[in-house]
Write a protein of this length. Structure first.
Length: 127
């Protein structure tokens, strides 16, 4: 699967979660959506912040070291943001993701264009 999708006439816009977006959320530098999601498995806030700032492959290695392979992706659904436990099924987690995507919309024109264009295409398809 391509890391880009054709949107509009000739615009190549990155939609892959590993695409580097580099934004800040709550003072933490986020390299990509994938890095952010991987880092959420790390309870220790400084280690999590480091993982957020890395490419996904490095973030994954940091998460594996921090948690040990046995604990990674545990069935309890717990993730962490800045040392605080969050349930994946909670409104708090939904709000965290919403805040990340709002930051992306505010700070990255390519992502903004892609997300707005995707929403527009879905709206047109359902009419």
């Amino acid at each position: 699967m391509s890391k880009t999708q054709l949107i509009g006439k000739d615009a190549m816009v990155p939609l892959h979660p590993c695409f580097p977006v580099t934004t800040k959320l709550d003072g933490v530098t986020i390299h990509s959506v994938a890095s952010f999601l991987i880092a959420l498995t790390i309870e220790d806030a400084p280690a999590q912040a480091l993982a957020c700032s890395q490419i996904p492959e490095t973030a994954s290695k940091l998460a594996s070291r921090a948690l040990g392979v046995v604990n990674r992706g545990s069935s309890n659904g717990k993730i962490y943001w800045k040392g605080e436990a969050i349930s994946r099924s909670s409104q708090q987690y939904d709000n965290l993701l919403d805040r990340l995507f709002i930051k992306l919309l505010e700070s990255n024109q390519l992502i903004k264009h892609a997300l707005l264009n995707t929403a527009e295409k879905k709206s047109n398809a359902s009419s």
